[in-house]
Write a protein that binds this ligand. Structure first.
Ligand code: OOG
Ligand code: MG
Length: 263
């Protein structure tokens, strides 16, 4: 059940997209619309993504978020959320991100999937995800909530495209055959020091479960996960605050390393 009309969905989408574009934090939209539900929130996200498309950007992938206990506890929520990832969010491995273009960035270490076949829900499960996966790679996600003090509730963060901002892919692409994604060690390092550690199982007991939940969420929105899509399965540890001068990297067992610097 949605509670907003199309004009209000469009207004809120443009409001959030402008906050991102102009690098300024805004109050969370449930302050103005306490009745906002998930159906409204995903409608605002889709409208926001349409504005980005109008600006000339292209959806290249998707993200699951709030999929680990560490992230859920850090943000005070208990349900995974899903967002869309654009071509202009991609940063080269070892590349530099300008913090002046971001509001209050944080970094997450994630296992990412690249799909070789389309997946369509409902009823998508881990086995279907593994069968449709081309390869997995280590990724860093740079999240940047458009909300003041990085505080939100679930409908607000969904509307804000789940804080998506930048991502970095690195390491060595690996086939999932012969790989136990649950037991892969993940080390997030800041300026050469390990700051958070996890294993793949931290993400919904199996990172592929995050992809199957994404596929089922897309089905509710009338969409499939296309072949070739890039999918981040969600931060395995809590996110780490970063500032100009920091260097972040993630090491994922068997998949290698990925890094980014902030100026
Ligand atoms: C929401 C996005 C979370 C993840 O990997 O858990 C996310 C947020 O915490 O701002 O991307
Ligand atoms: Mg993430």
């Amino acid at each position: 059940m949605s509670t907003l009309d199309a004009a209000e969905v469009e207004r809120l989408a443009r409001h959030l997209e402008a906050a991102e574009h102009e690098v300024r934090a805004v109050s969370k939209i449930t302050d103005e619309h306490p009745e906002l539900d998930f159906s409204d929130a995903y409608a605002i996200q889709r409208a926001l993504c349409q504005v980005r498309v109008e600006r000339g950007h292209r959806v290249v992938g998707y993200k699951a978020g709030l999929t680990s206990r560490a992230k859920m506890q850090q943000m005070g929520v208990d349900t995974p959320v899903f967002g869309r990832v654009f071509d202009d969010m991609s940063v080269a491995d070892g590349g530099e991100v300008d913090t002046s273009a971001l509001i209050h960035p944080r970094v997450e270490a994630e296992i990412a999937f690249v799909m070789k076949r389309e997946l369509r829900g409902p009823g998508c499960h881990i086995g279907a995800v593994l069968a449709a996966t081309d390869f997995v790679v280590p990724a860093l996600e740079i999240i940047d909530s458009r909300y003041e003090n990085f505080r939100f509730d679930l409908p607000s963060v969904v509307a804000d495209n789940t804080s998506a901002s930048r991502f970095v892919v690195g390491g060595v692409p690996a086939s999932v055959a012969g790989l136990d994604l649950r037991s892969l060690g993940i080390v997030l390092e800041k300026n050469g020091e390990p700051v958070a550690v996890a294993a793949g199982a931290a993400v919904l007991s199996h990172p592929a479960a995050a992809v199957s939940m994404l596929v089922n969420s897309l089905a509710e929105q009338g969409e499939a996960l296309p072949a070739g899509a890039f999918v981040m399965s969600g931060g395995a540890t809590e996110a780490v605050v970063v500032a100009a001068g920091d260097a972040l990297s993630a090491r994922v067992q068997r998949l290698g390393q990925v890094g980014v610097r902030f100026k």
